[in-house]
Design a protein around this ligand. Structure first.
Ligand SMILES: Nc1nc2c(ncn2[C@@H]2O[C@H](COP(=O)(O)OP(=O)(O)OP(=O)(O)O)[C@@H](O)[C@H]2O)c(=O)[nH]1
Ligand SMILES: [Mg+2]
Length: 325
């Protein structure tokens, strides 16, 4: 088509000069993108962290009807999001700013997830991706369980997703009001048994409806956030590594004895600790877990997954030194 003729009638929209493109052939697309991005480079300082990005993002996730929206309202002290006794009340993640004590947060209310067969579902099919994205975009997830329902596979699956993505997490068992001792014991045991793999997460028993236990819950959110974002200096990591190895050396793999030399931080949210040395391919999985636990205790990293990675090879710091010569 002749582009001039094709776009003529769209001038009538009054939105400026239309772009004629062919998505299939790529014609005009480059110019379109340039136009769309024009001025964004000059605005680049806006990409520096804003207050919004400074505030910990806390995603509240759990199965449908667990009380997520009620919890958001309880924290805000007002009815800002819709809570209702029907699964599927929340469809899209809702972000609200929230000040608690000295601190600002962004709370993300999400659509409840359940699991059918191999995939996650929500009552409203298309909400699931958005809930999963909300977990990924958060600094801390509050996994909300319903004390009046069995802690079931669906809760464990959500917990598994959070752990797999390396998100810091605090578990909150909701609807604790009006439960008898027997029901409370049952619920506590179920959390211990079913969520054993989230052993690094703190557990709180709360009532969103009666606003009980919320201050303590938020303290754990703060701690989990601090752990997820912790800066771990190389000298302290290395000193701790050497102590941990002295206390319990890595087992031999056949004739090979791995040598762990020094450690530095490879990332945050979740923290990654990179251990350098020789023959680290021969480190047994159990020994990695030992190191994880040891670093976790030493640096107070409660509430976040922690990854220990091994790198065999030349010392990059030594390399940097030799380049300078
Ligand atoms: N007894 C009791 N009921 C609660 C509590 N928290 C929430 N509820 C009730 O549980 C029902 C569901 O609450 P919502 O907050 O809408 O649940 P949700 O997790 O947001 O649900 P979806 O948006 O559908 O995923 C409502 O009837 C709430 O009043 C609680 O602490 N105790
Ligand atoms: Mg809701």
């Amino acid at each position: 088509m002749d582009p001039d003729i094709a776009v003529a009638e769209f001038h009538a929209l009054g939105l400026g000069a239309p772009h004629a493109i062919s998505a299939a052939h790529g014609e005009g697309v480059h110019a379109l993108v340039e136009a769309a991005l024009a001025g964004t480079l000059e605005r680049a300082p806006a990409l520096a962290p804003t207050a919004e990005e400074d505030a910990p993002a806390v995603a509240i996730v759990g199965r449908p009807n667990a009380g997520k929206s009620t919890l958001v309202n309880a924290l805000l002290g007002e009815e800002r999001v819709i809570a209702f006794d029907q699964p599927g009340t929340t469809r899209d993640p809702i972000r609200v700013r929230f000040r608690h004590g000295e601190r600002e947060y962004v709370l993300i209310d999400t659509a409840g997830l359940r699991r059918r067969g191999r995939v996650f579902e929500t009552i409203e099919k298309f909400s699931v991706v958005k809930t999963l994205q909300a977990i990924e975009s958060a600094n801390v997830a509050i996994l909300l369980l319903d004390a009046r329902q069995d802690i079931a596979d669906q809760d464990a699956h959500i917990a598994g997703f959070i752990a797999e993505r390396g998100r810091a997490v605090v578990v909150a068992v909701n609807k604790w009001d009006g439960l008898d001792d027997y029901a409370r014991e049952q619920a506590k045991r179920a959390v211990r048994d079913r969520l054993a793999f989230l052993s690094y997460a703190r557990v709180h028993y709360i009532s969103a409806l009666e606003r009980r236990g919320l201050a303590a819950l938020m303290r754990s959110v703060d701690d989990a956030y601090a752990a997820a974002m912790a800066r771990l200096p190389t000298p302290r990591l290395t000193r701790h590594l050497i102590q941990a190895v002295a206390k319990q050396p890595p087992p031999r793999d056949g004739l090979v004895r791995p040598k762990l030399r020094y450690a530095h931080q490879g990332g945050t949210n979740p923290p990654v600790i990179v251990v350098h040395g020789n023959r680290l391919d021969a480190v047994a999985p159990g020994y990695r877990r030992y190191l994880e636990g040891s670093f976790r205790d030493a640096f107070g990293l409660e509430g976040t997954p922690l990854r220990v990675e091994f790198r065999t090879g030349r010392n990059p710091f030594a390399l940097r030194g030799s380049n300078r010569r």
